[in-house]
Design a protein around this ligand. Structure first.
Ligand SMILES: [Zn+2]
Length: 311
């Protein structure tokens, strides 16, 4: 069985045929032009998918087209209600893709990534997992009993928008003190800028000449820079407190971390594990939650979108 899995990002769209063993065939991609009419982008994508399918000779039947899209996605109706990233509003993706003659299923991009990891990646040996994407924002995906849980109209699983600091930093969603405002790369960089202003001696000034990002901060901490070490320590606290909130609600078997920040790998994960253990995630007698790093990386979105057809 084969499905087309499409991962829509803020600047580019990538897709591929994926089979029900998780194998990814040749990849296609196109840019998302800034300011382009939203319908035009989807029609361009439709033509690209049409050419792709006719150019590849698949032995198996294509069962449908799955898409992961950032924003508030009305998955039952196949409509993008609103995407802040893409500036799309009330876009009927299913209707626009209909001329291809395949069933079209869409979901939020973090949900798609979670489904991909659950089926074929780090979460494949578990029934219940959460996936947290630590990038420009903080995305969440919930898998219960190996199935994607999306909430009413597909608008749930917004794990990044849970408050970890009452009256705290302004979040892009309109609330104050969300986990996203602290545990995203954007939040970490904001903290780093404040710390750098107070500490002119930190190596971060030198290291960030070509740009300040999460990697620069983690690298500086690993190299022993005191300011960066403190930033990472605070970051671990924010992320872990957020994770423990989820653990106490869902008690999943595992949580999978992905996105740019998860690339810090064991340096970050070992600290998060230690913090969570020390602060009792789970009272005595509750099972621990395995904390893992995504295995599929950038493929998780495509594989997960295709997996919407592999029930
Ligand atoms: Zn928020």
């Amino acid at each position: 069985m084969i499905a087309i899995g499409i991962d829509i990002g803020g600047t580019s769209i990538k897709g591929a045929a994926v089979n029900d063993k998780g194998h990814v065939f040749e990849v296609f991609s196109m840019p998302v032009e800034k300011g382009e009419d939203q319908e035009t982008t989807i029609i361009k994508l439709r033509n690209l998918v049409k050419d792709y399918i006719s150019s590849q000779k698949f032995d198996e039947e294509i069962v449908g087209i799955g898409m992961g899209i950032p924003g508030a996605i009305d998955s039952p109706r196949g409509i993008v209600s609103y995407s802040n990233n893409l500036k799309w509003r009330n876009l009927n993706v299913r209707e626009l893709m209909k001329p291809l003659g395949y069933e079209v299923r869409i979901t939020n991009d973090a949900n798609a990534a979670a489904l991909g990891e659950a089926r074929f990646g780090a979460g494949k040996d578990y029934r219940d997992i959460l996936m947290i994407t630590l990038g420009t924002g903080v995305g969440g995906g919930i898998i219960i009993d190996r199935k994607l849980y999306e909430g009413n109209e597909g608008k749930g699983a917004e794990l990044g928008h849970t408050i970890i600091k009452m009256g705290g930093r302004q979040c892009s969603c309109g609330r104050k003190g969300c986990l996203e405002a602290y545990a995203s790369a954007t939040g970490l960089i904001a903290d780093a800028k404040i710390a750098m202003e107070k500490n002119k001696e930190t190596a971060l000034w030198d290291l960030s000449r070509t740009g300040l990002n999460a990697k620069v901060i983690f690298d500086a901490a690993q190299a022993g820079d005191k300011v960066a070490i403190r930033l990472v320590k605070n970051y671990v606290k924010y992320l872990s407190e957020g994770l423990m909130n989820y653990f106490n609600i869902f008690r999943p078997e595992a949580v999978v971390l992905s996105g740019g920040i998860a690339k810090a790998g064991d340096y970050l994960i070992s600290k998060v594990k230690r913090y969570c253990k020390r602060n009792h995630y789970g009272y005595e007698g509750s099972p621990e939650v395995d904390i893992l790093v995504s295995k599929l990386g950038y493929d998780s979105g495509k594989i997960g979108a295709a997996s919407l057809f592999f029930e």
